[in-house]
Design a protein around this ligand. Structure first.
Ligand SMILES: [Zn+2]
Length: 152
């Protein structure tokens, strides 16, 4: 006969293990915790999908060699050799590092766009469009500077 007590104890032990394994690559914080770690503009962009005004961001015309990390969780998202000048007013990349981006259909502002978010903290980064350089990927990842931190 099955020992119900054994099954019950086993289930209780297993539940936290399952939730830990699902979240081990995610950074989850409360709104208050995000506010405490991010400046106001980065908080509005990453957590509330705000868009910084064009031609104002610190990395719009920034072409040093290095990597661009998520400002929320520090996950590496883009390499500087994938950054190019698109003249759109925001940092533009023709590709992201594989597996670091979540793509979400975005129907806001009466248009259809693909939103790009950090796969680790779900922070809003910007959008991806199909008008990038044809000689490479044809993609333009249009990213808010306030969502990024640059590392040499
Ligand atoms: Zn992140």
């Amino acid at each position: 006969m099955i020992n119900l007590k054994y099954i019950l104890v086993f289930s209780i032990l297993l539940i936290p293990l399952i939730s830990i394994s699902q979240n081990n690559n995610k950074m989850i914080k409360t709104e208050k915790e995000w506010k405490a770690t991010l400046d106001e503009m980065s908080f509005q962009v990453l957590r509330n999908s705000y868009t910084e005004r064009p031609f104002t961001g610190e990395y719009n015309l920034h072409f040093e060699k290095g990597a661009y990390n998520c400002k929320g969780c520090n996950q590496k998202l883009f390499e500087s050799n994938n950054k190019y000048e698109s003249n759109c007013g925001w940092p533009s990349f023709d590709q992201a590092i594989e597996g670091r981006i979540t793509y979400v259909k975005d129907y806001s502002h009466n248009m259809f766009r693909i939103e790009v978010k950090c796969s680790k903290c779900d922070g809003h980064l910007g959008h991806v469009f199909n008008d990038g350089p044809k000689e490479t990927t044809g993609k333009r990842y249009c990213i808010n500077s306030a969502a990024l931190s640059f590392k040499n």
